[in-house]
Design a protein around this ligand. Structure first.
Ligand SMILES: [Zn+2]
Ligand SMILES: [Zn+2]
Length: 285
């Protein structure tokens, strides 16, 4: 199983010399294995380059899972090549009560106003599905389950399993405990955190929203984003193998992210890395 980062940034794309090494595109992560349809978590601006890569491969089926519909997670969808290729078959899944709910939300964006195309004019074959967090489902050979996160308007994490390997995509979310309480306070997990730890338990790779530093989080607690110390505490408690800090703040420069990587390089339990656009993680290694 291979995980590829096509976009690692939160909120807005930030191309430029200060972000050239870690990348300026917004959230888009692919999980795949040879000969299998890819799973795509979110279609931020990184989805454009992913679409080009997919068109160059033989596989003609893929599965997109949206965490939620904030702009930084959908902006790449109208520029995602497979939805314009009639030979491609794409399932689009999102937290909703009805398949039309997922389709309706995307069509508010692809409606002739915010983008010249309207969703019904898109030539690729797209099937929509509504998922409910905590209710397991499958996409081809992938076994998937969601978890409801702590974010304004809601967001859904996904755990995807293939054979003995599991990857978890967790964005966007604030901590599940308040400062000084639960895991955020360095203590025992509260009830919701205990469920979250079960959801993450033993995963090979967890990709986690750590847009803020702890002081930034304390100033912006209602914005729905987390910070590295919290992600590490949760992943340590869940015996996760590798944690990738993700959804970097638009203002975080390459130098800032180098410092973050250095700070966590020697952490004793979960292996902590800073997600970088273009990076490939081989889970068989
Ligand atoms: Zn976001
Ligand atoms: Zn969001």
């Amino acid at each position: 199983m291979i995980l590829r980062f096509w976009g690692v940034r939160g909120s807005i794309a930030v191309p430029g010399i200060d972000t050239a090494r870690y990348g300026g595109n917004t959230s888009c992560v692919e999980v795949t294995a040879p000969g299998l349809p890819s799973l795509v978590f979110d279609c931020g601006t990184g989805a454009r380059q992913l679409g080009r890569a997919l068109l160059a491969r033989e596989e003609r089926e893929l599965h997109v899972l949206f965490s939620h519909f904030h702009m930084d997670h959908v902006f790449g969808f109208p520029f995602f090549g497979p939805i314009f290729a009639p030979s491609f078959s794409t399932t689009v899944s999102a937290p909703a009560f009805h398949p039309d709910g997922a389709k309706d939300r995307i069509s508010r964006y692809l409606n002739g106003v915010f983008h010249p195309l309207r969703l019904p004019e898109v030539p690729g074959h797209i099937v929509y599905d509504a998922i409910r967090p905590a209710r397991p489902f499958t996409r081809g050979p992938w076994e998937i389950v969601g978890f409801a996160l702590n974010h304004p308007g809601g967001a859904c994490a996904y755990r995807a399993t293939l054979g003995s390997r599991s990857v978890v995509y967790v964005t966007d979310t604030a901590p599940l405990s308040r400062p000084g309480e639960g895991l955020a306070g360095g203590g025992l997990p509260n009830g919701r955190e205990a469920q979250f730890i079960d959801f993450l338990r033993g995963a090979d790779v967890v990709v986690f929203d750590t847009m803020f530093t702890l002081p930034e989080y304390l100033e912006k607690m209602t914005w729905g984003h987390s910070y590295p110390e919290y992600a590490v505490a949760v992943c340590d408690a869940a015996d996760v193998r590798s944690l990738y800090l993700f959804h970097h703040a638009p203002d975080a420069t390459d130098a800032d992210l180098d410092l973050l990587a250095e700070h966590w390089a020697g952490h004793a339990r979960v292996r902590v890395r800073v997600a970088r656009e273009g990076e490939e993680v081989n889970l068989e290694g």
